[in-house]
Ligand binder design. Structure first.
Ligand SMILES: Cc1cc2nc3c(=O)[nH]c(=O)nc-3n(C[C@H](O)[C@H](O)[C@H](O)COP(=O)(O)O)c2cc1C
Length: 307
């Protein structure tokens, strides 16, 4: 498929997830066939005023990576988009869906859905400032369904694609993603539409694409501890060996990128997701959560290979 001038060889993507989709996890997902991945959200203000997000941008040089920025000030969003482009991102995505109170309170993330004029102004300015395609990721609405209206505004302001999570902000992550709304957006814009919400597997993704007519799907939570899904694999059918070897490789990458202390602390949650469902996982999870070193976490994970 094509997003602006960017050609992507497939239509099932890894969704942006703060605290999860860092370079290590993206690389693992790419290895299992994810054709396009999104960074964690990066504060545009943070990029504008300092370096607090440099670690995220540092991993940006990737021809199959969208860097997602969030904010509400045109000048900082433009600046952050230019930085992301300079760092090598293939696409800049603007977050208009984060429901977290501390983000919404600042008028950022999903709060933008209540300000259609500002959405137009942001997209227009950011799209003009970079040569890579610019997309937006929205929700169904804040309280009400405003998806089609928002999508049309983004499209006329120059967005090259639009990702739609079929929940309102008020739903946070509860209830179900409304795929009828995603279908409706697709019928009302001519730029590519990326559907999102509750997709569990590769075959499920392809079904959703078929039913809704959308151009691609992005998968978030189902990929936690389960990069295998991008290869069309079902985790329950995999041997403990493959799962554990992947988890250990993930741990090594995290340590390489972030150092042992931070890397292992961050690996604990990933390890818990990887081992979920394996025999004896519950007991081991407690130990994994106290692991301090790569050696320690590797040793603990290897115990699960033996069952
Ligand atoms: C831990 C976590 C972090 C997330 N962080 C982001 C983010 O940084 N930017 C964003 O646009 N969406 C974020 N999301 C939302 C996902 O991208 C996605 O829209 C949502 O989880 C629904 O898709 P799913 O059912 O496939 O998980 C996050 C979701 C989770 C679970």
């Amino acid at each position: 498929m094509k997003i602006g001038n960017l050609t992507i060889n497939g239509n099932v993507f890894l969704a942006p997830m703060a605290g999860v989709t860092d370079k290590a996890f993206r690389d693992i997902c790419r290895e299992f066939g994810a054709v396009f991945t999104y960074s964690e959200m990066v504060s545009a203000k943070g990029v504008f005023y300092g370096n607090e997000n440099s670690e995220i941008l540092l991993g940006a040089a990737d021809e199959f990576l969208a860097v997602q920025i969030f904010g509400r000030e045109v000048k900082s969003l433009v600046y952050a988009a230019q930085k992301a482009e300079a760092a090598g991102a293939a696409l800049v995505d603007i977050n208009m869906g984060c429901p977290a109170p501390k983000i919404v309170r600042n008028g950022e993330g999903a709060a933008l859905l209540r300000e259609p004029d500002l959405i137009g102004e942001i997209v227009e300015n950011v799209a003009r400032a970079v040569s890579v395609p610019v997309s937006v990721k929205i929700r169904k609405g804040f309280t009400q369904n405003t998806a089609v209206q928002t999508a049309k505004i983004a499209e006329s302001a120059g967005a090259a694609a639009i990702a739609v999570h079929g929940r309102t902000r008020d739903m946070f992550y509860a209830g179900e993603s409304d795929w009828d709304v995603i279908k409706e957006v697709k019928q009302n814009v001519s730029i590519p539409v990326i559907g999102n919400g509750d997709v569990l597997s590769m075959s499920h993704a392809l079904e959703r694409i078929e039913e809704s007519g959308c151009d691609a799907v992005m998968i978030g939570r189902a990929a936690l501890g389960n990069p295998f899904l991008f290869r069309g694999l079902v985790k329950a059918d995999l041997s403990a060996d493959i799962i554990i070897d992947t988890a250990v490789r993930h741990a090594k990458l995290l340590v390489l990128n972030k150092g042992e202390r931070t890397g292992i602390r961050e690996m604990r949650k990933h390890a818990a997701w990887y081992i979920k469902g394996l025999p004896n996982a519950a007991r081991l999870k407690v130990l994994v959560n106290t692991a301090q070193t790569l050696e320690e976490i590797t040793e603990l994970l290897y115990r699960l290979k033996e069952g």
